[in-house]
Design a protein around this ligand. Sequence first.
Ligand SMILES: [Zn+2]
Length: 319
Amino acid sequence: MKKILALISVTLLMGVSKTEKSSSVTSTPHDHRLCNSFPANHLRFPIKNDGKQITRPQFRKILDAAEGVYKPIFQSVGLGRFYIVDRWHDDTVNACASIGAPCSKGAAAAKGNDRYVEMYGGLARHPYMTAESLMLVICHEIGHHLAGYPSYKRNTSPMSTEGQADYFATAKCSRLIYSSLSPKTNQNWAWANKNNIPAEVQKPCMNAFGNTEATILCLRGSLAGLSLAQTLGSLNNVDPRQLTFVRKDPSVVQETFETHPKAQCRLDTYVAGAICGADPRTPFSATNPNQGACVNQLAPGARPACWYKAPGPSGLAAR
Ligand SMILES: [Zn+2]
């Protein structure tokens, strides 16, 4: 744990390549059979074999870990078969969740009910990405299927909104996956000893969970959120140094914002999910926003007001 307490700045990786190729994410998101992780973009990261990019076996291992934990969970909640589609050779900077067919195989028109997450190598090869933020992307996509309220189209779609998928990613999914991996390998403690964690990340996690493994899961989720927010920001030329754990997005929505929030708002959501003390094994509900969530807007861990507006007493739509 000693190293966790070391103060160090996050490495900022510069020099984003912009080689363009045709995108495999061709369908429009939010026809409610598919959702992307990021807005459509022209960034592409081909395989370089320069020793700096994530490797093929590392990519595969992360997909396998997530699929292994979530296949039985999809079955247990009655959503049937779940697949993570491996598109390592696709240079697209995105990921996609869909129902009926993978996004690149006509999900928008598909009729079936199988659930898919499609992962592109280009996103994994983005220089801001880490193994943890790649896991968070998978978790975000799983969140479109499982994160419950609020879902798209004022909670009438089967797919959860972007902000809710982000909240699910750190509040539930990455914690479950890293907990399931750790009993055999002490992987969380190994991660903590290998990484230097900024003080502003340590403090809220320590306050929430004390000197326990749950604190490490909180740290892993928070730092993954920073990496992912920086990657998202890079699509809009946001300086990664502008994204911080201290200065939150001050905006307050009057109704729930369903599509992709800005990068700082997404970081705030990842951190909120990471420090929420609700049991990660208690699922979110499609109709009850309080189930499994932190709901006190004045306390740490609640969904941020930069995208989320809690419903009034009669504001819940059944789906
Ligand atoms: Zn998404």
